[in-house]
Design a protein around this ligand. Structure first.
Ligand code: NDP
Length: 395
């Protein structure tokens, strides 16, 4: 018997709750808590209808350590799946330490006023989680998450030495809106408007935002143009795969999306510093978020596929080898199963499977971990069964 608490009832939180409900032998009790109780209730009703299970709901402000701790003291979960926003990560890690709960998230901690995308704050909790005999698993979505697991699998099973990794994230779906983001708009736009950064020959290199691009031919999707971005898993993979000579992250965008983004940036609507408006401070990006579609609301009409994976080059038995390890996910199929679009689905499924591996003891350890530090085999064995089949294409 194990109890899981999920915090955050947005696009990803809804998928996590559905997927946990599909595995009653592990997740015997499920609590979904978020800032707005109504959203939790809506998801709970949907789970009752589709999965035929009742889950509990609660309201919590996860910025407040005491509020989250009180919730954990009364519900007594074994593990927390944090799929609220990156701003809440440290408060929720503190609450887990205070109440003896394992911790899992899908995005690195971010201070509200600085886009940093780095693990330093969360890695600093390692000693405290070790001493408490608890596990904190960071970045357990798809990218970061499964991309880290693909790299560990390449290192353990496919190569004698992994030398170059390009992480490729392609969304070839159509949602019918002129401009929308596929996950929380604030976090998404912070991520893609910062300078690009990649690792090569022992040092970091910086590029102007979205200035480097390349064409890739994606399985089941076809050729697309992808842009170099900095993404948080680069930091942990450089640390944990020290043999790497280079690692980069690429994401596809259409011309129309980039034109909208350029205009929004030029007029200052992606700024994260407060500006004075009618006598009070507002953060332009938070205002823009209020105008953009809720990512979960895109799901119903979304068509097309995502293809996310790792292009890995290295040495195997004295010869050069190059493979693409990837998953393809269909927006409409995700909607049919759990009423979500594929970006929420590809994030929520790995979070549920990671939670299952921790609760069943397949993944064990005390301290703070990134996904590539745990054995990849149990995750890769389970991933396809829970909705995300993966493939290795020899190139
Ligand atoms: P949404 O904006 O759809 O949902 C976020 C949820 O968190 C909302 O329900 C929101 O509540 C809740 N929330 C926000 N602040 C608080 C708070 N202080 N206390 C309690 N609840 C709060 O985002 P997504 O579902 O799209 O994304 C969720 C997370 O997943 C993000 O951190 C994102 O970066 C990450 N992600 C990771 C990916 C990966 O592959 N690793 C890919 C995609 C996303 P309310 O409804 O009241 O605003």
């Amino acid at each position: 018997m194990s109890k899981v608490a999920i915090i955050g009832a947005g696009g990803v939180g809804s998928v996590v709750a559905h997927k946990c409900a599909q595995v009653p032998e592990v997740f015997t009790h499920i609590l979904l808590a978020s800032r707005s109780l109504d959203r939790c209730k809506r998801v709970a009703d949907e789970i009752n209808e589709i999965e035929h299970r009742r889950i509990e709901v609660a309201r919590v402000d996860a910025d407040r350590v005491e509020e989250a701790s009180a919730l954990f003291r009364s519900y007594r979960p074994d593990l927390l799946i944090n799929v609220a926003l990156p701003y809440q990560d440290l408060a929720l890690m503190d609450a887990c330490l205070a109440t003896g709960v394992h911790y899992l998230d899908t995005a690195n901690y971010e201070p509200v006023d600085h886009a940093r995308f780095e693990y330093s704050w969360q890695w600093a909790y390692d000693q405290r989680f070790r001493e408490a005999g608890l596990m904190a698993l960071l970045g357990a979505g798809f990218d970061p998450g499964i991309t880290n697991v693909f790299c560990a699998h390449a290192r353990n099973e496919l190569f004698d030495r992994v030398e170059h990794v390009d992480i490729l994230d392609c969304n070839a779906g159509e949602h019918g809106h002129p401009f929308a983001t596929n996950f929380n708009p604030e976090i998404n736009l912070r991520e893609i408007t910062q300078p690009g950064r990649y690792w090569e020959n022992g040092e970091w290199h910086e590029t102007a935002p979205l200035s480097e691009r390349r064409g890739f031919d994606f399985p089941e999707v076809g050729p697309r143009t992808a842009y170099l971005l900095y993404h948080e898993e680069l930091e942990s993979l450089v640390k944990h795969l020290p043999e790497l000579k280079s690692i980069r992250f690429w994401m596809t965008f259409g011309e129309d999306y980039l034109t909208h983004l350029r205009v929004l940036t030029n007029v200052g609507l992606t700024r994260i510093d407060p500006v004075e408006f009618q006598g009070r401070p507002i953060v332009p990006l938070q205002f823009l978020k209020a105008l953009l579609p809720d990512p979960a609301s895109l799901a119903a009409g979304y068509r097309g596929k995502t293809c996310i994976g790792c292009l890995v080059q290295g040495i195997q038995s004295g010869r050069q080898r190059k493979v693409f390890i990837y998953n393809v996910c269909d927006h409409a199929e995700a909607y049919r199963e759990v009423r979500a679009q594929a970006i929420s689905y590809t994030t929520g499924v790995p979070a549920m499977v990671s939670a299952k591996l921790v609760l069943t003891g397949a993944w064990q350890g005390s301290g703070v971990f990134n996904m590539e530090q745990l054995p990849p085999a149990p995750m890769l064995d389970a991933l396809g069964r829970h909705g995300l089949p993966w493939h290795v294409q020899e190139l």
